[in-house]
Design a binder for this molecule. Structure first.
Ligand SMILES: *Cc1c(COP(=O)(O)O)cnc(C)c1O
Length: 404
């Protein structure tokens, strides 16, 4: 390692809060599926900033839209109208088939905004007594890092010593509709769930789960809130992961790839009157819906569709999954995935996934472990067949070694 690499890492360690434990690589440039470190070593990005860079690093059309808008107007606040927000609304509504849109910034803010909205809907439309609204969530959920959100996490690392937390959440197992039926009561306003649990290790529910969930929510007048911040916008090979079961959420949360990784942009989408209960002054964000964010998001959505990235995620995801399944290695416990949201779960005896990610780095691949034993694989949706095959060769070389 050259001194410059050591300097970046040591300086971060000296001054920064140690709330991350990054792989030891210092990146300085990116293009498409590739990133380069400060010494000009090239890596295939198999994390895509937790799926935020789905359109590929520094996509030229999103970049152009950002630069053009930055020259004209960046922030007005919502105290005034701007000439990008209406176009953003129109385009995201057309793309997703939604009726109402609430623009925010980070994913966690979209989750918080949805929680506020469904509670308000519960009191003002469903008729739940004030202060009694309940939201059902799943064990091993990941919905972000704000206090409201970590309060209903089941991960001791995520919630430990951050309390006291807000009440009003009930936790059930993921992937079991019968437990949802039991958990619903007259005060239940929403079921908040990820279509595929990403941070939990790419956990795909049994087929038919969301069809049953949809029926239960409809029958009990409970809003189905799908957190598609990671699964949405093509990641799983469909625009929205809900389409794999042909259902429609009442409230859909998008973030991450909504800006192609250029800027924090998130949105709450609703198909009914949930967002309609918000009146002026009751919710807001200084940066939410700003013209720069809107211009970037419009370009990010446009290239996703125009450049066939969703279809590419489906076909390359299938190729990647098949290739991973073909690797004969006794380190591998299970390979799973949908579209380009993939994971290799290692046998506990095979050693920590982190060691495999570090070895992959040496082969020119950046991937991230999640929990002890799972390697998550989520490259940009612009990946080609040749690049998938290139990656598979390297995964095979590493996974057949033993790092225990
Ligand atoms: C990343 C993520 C979030 C939080 O998004 P931030 O932008 O980090 O606040 C919420 N839900 C899911 C499913 C996510 O993957």
């Amino acid at each position: 390692m050259s001194s410059s690499v050591i300097d970046f890492i040591a300086t971060e360690a000296r001054f920064g809060a140690r709330n991350y434990e990054p792989i030891g690589v210092v990146l300085s440039r990116g293009e498409g599926v590739w990133v380069w470190d400060t010494e000009d070593n090239r890596y295939l990005d198999c994390l895509s900033a937790y799926s935020a860079v789905s359109q590929g690093h520094c996509h030229p059309k999103i970049l152009a839209a950002m630069v053009e808008q930055a020259h004209r107007l960046t922030l007005t606040s919502r105290a005034f109208h701007n000439d990008q927000l209406a176009l953003f609304y129109e385009e995201i509504a057309a793309l997703t088939g939604s009726h109402k849109v609430l623009p925010m910034n980070s994913g966690a803010e979209a989750v918080e905004s949805a929680i506020k909205s469904v509670r308000k809907w519960g009191y003002e439309v469903k008729g739940v007594p004030d202060g009694q609204a309940e939201i059902i969530v799943c064990a091993n959920n990941f919905h972000g890092r704000t206090l409201g959100v970590v309060g209903f996490s089941t991960d001791p690392e995520t919630r430990g010593h951050f309390g006291p937390f807000a009440p009003g959440f009930k936790v059930i197992p993921f992937g079991n509709a019968a437990t949802l039926a039991e958990a619903i009561n007259p005060n239940t306003v929403a079921f908040l769930v990820e279509p595929i649990q990403g941070e939990a290790g790419v956990v795909i529910p049994p087929a038919g789960y969301f069809t049953e969930v949809r029926e239960l929510c409809t029958a009990n007048n409970v809003m189905l809130v799908l957190d598609e911040i990671q699964t949405g916008l093509g990641r799983t090979g469909k625009l929205l992961a809900e389409q794999h079961e042909g259902i429609e959420a009442d409230v859909t949360l998008l973030g991450k790839a909504l800006s192609g990784g250029f800027y924090p942009v998130s949105a709450v989408l609703s198909n009914n009157d949930v967002l309609g209960t918000l009146r002026p002054g009751q919710h807001g964000s200084t940066f939410g819906g700003n013209p720069l964010a809107c211009a970037v998001a419009r370009a990010a959505m446009r290239v996703l569709v125009e450049e066939g990235m969703i279809e590419n995620a489906a076909s390359q995801g299938a190729r990647f999954l098949e290739g991973l399944k073909d690797i004969r290695a006794n380190t591998i416990r299970e390979v799973r995935g949908r579209g380009l949201m993939l994971a290799v779960e290692l046998h506990p005896e095979a050693g920590r996934a982190r060691r495999y990610c570090e070895a992959l780095q040496g082969k020119g691949i950046l991937a991230k472990d999640t929990h002890e034993h799972t390697i998550r694989i989520a490259p940009p949706l612009v990946i080609t067949s040749d690049q998938v095959d290139w990656a598979l060769e390297r995964f095979a070389a590493i996974l057949t070694q033993d790092f225990s």
